[in-house]
Design a protein around this ligand. Structure first.
Ligand SMILES: Nc1ncnc2c1ncn2[C@@H]1O[C@H](COP(=O)(O)OP(=O)(O)OP(=O)(O)O)[C@@H](O)[C@H]1O
Length: 282
């Protein structure tokens, strides 16, 4: 069964569409990278998946159950604004969140915070740096022992070491507990190392969704003589010229004509060329 499935999911704010007819199926036990342009709909997608936002049309299912305005008991979300009470101490915050969750492990929270001895339990949340708040909010998410963890730009305010530790913690939970992680990020370099599955959003539309390796295998980054567009193999996603050469990203490539060379694209190339193509076509 998929961890998260959306069918024709749409959300408009007033008359402005934020997500349009989104149908995706995200496999359980994987790390899913949610990427795209600014305002592409990533936070809206995560909010809908968590039941924080109500859809304008379509449906969301978490482990087969339709999400209807409330967080699925097997899910946890780290929203972009990190919902914490500034006047509470860290220890009070942990107790408060534990008290409202039926399934709860304070050991799991402590385990997640163990790598951060600077987070004294008696410190006020309001005195923590932005990155420390993110660490605390993530630890609170893990305390719910989620099977599906939804993370909105979790690494944006973490230092390089904290990012590495954060990813290590997540990957350990994916491997040991079979957790599914959906994380939005603009940092393709970081996603490349951890993502099994990709969802690419632009202007509320899903441009790509699938297993990362399969998507990369299905594309070719080709270079050849300019002006010879007729010999490009496969469907052209985006093409550009420099002098006498042209470069293109093609999908479902056939065999290459003489004078052309091709290689499997990396994740950055794939994502950037899809977004560039959309920007040009408007
Ligand atoms: N509460 C809201 N009211 C009105 N419009 C909204 C609201 N939240 C989001 N939007 C609009 O919906 C669209 C999608 O926004 P969303 O925050 O989901 O994108 P995003 O991909 O997370 O963006 P970013 O990468 O910039 O964080 C944008 O056009 C945004 O302006």
């Amino acid at each position: 069964m998929s961890a998260l499935r959306t069918i024709g999911l749409s959300k408009s704010y007033g008359r402005k569409p934020a997500l349009r007819d989104c149908t995706v199926e995200l496999p359980a036990g994987k790390v899913v990278g949610l990427v795209g342009s600014n305002g592409g709909g990533k936070s809206t997608f995560l909010g809908l998946a968590a039941g924080l936002i109500r859809p304008s049309a379509g449906e969301v299912r978490v482990f087969g159950d339709e999400v209807r305005g409330r967080l699925h008991p097997d899910a946890a979300i780290l929203p972009q604004h990190r919902p914490l009470y500034a006047n509470f101490t860290i220890a009070e915050m942990i107790r408060a969140v534990g008290a409202v969750n039926e399934r709860w492990s304070s050991e799991r929270v402590e385990e997640a915070l163990a790598a951060h001895p600077e987070m004294d339990p008696s410190s006020r949340v309001g005195s923590l740096s932005q990155g420390m708040r993110t660490q605390l909010a993530l630890a609170l998410c893990l305390g719910r022992l989620p099977k599906l963890l939804l993370l909105d730009e979790p690494m944006s305010d973490l230092d390089p070491l904290a990012r590495e530790e954060f990813l290590r913690l997540l990957l350990a939970d994916v491997a040991e507990r079979g957790m599914t992680v959906v994380l939005s990020s603009h940092s393709l370099g970081e996603l490349r190392d951890v993502c099994d599955h990709l969802v690419l959003l632009h202007a509320g539309e899903v441009l790509l969704s699938g297993d990362v390796d399969e998507l990369l295998d299905d594309h070719l980054d080709v270079i050849g003589p300019a002006g010879d567009g007729s010999s490009l193999p496969g469907a052209v996603i985006h093409a550009s010229r420099t002098g006498r050469q042209q470069r293109a990203l093609v999908r479902a490539p056939g065999s290459l004509a003489a004078g052309w060379e091709g290689q499997r694209p990396d994740l950055e190339r794939l994502v950037i060329d899809y977004l560039r193509a959309r920007r040009i076509s408007g």
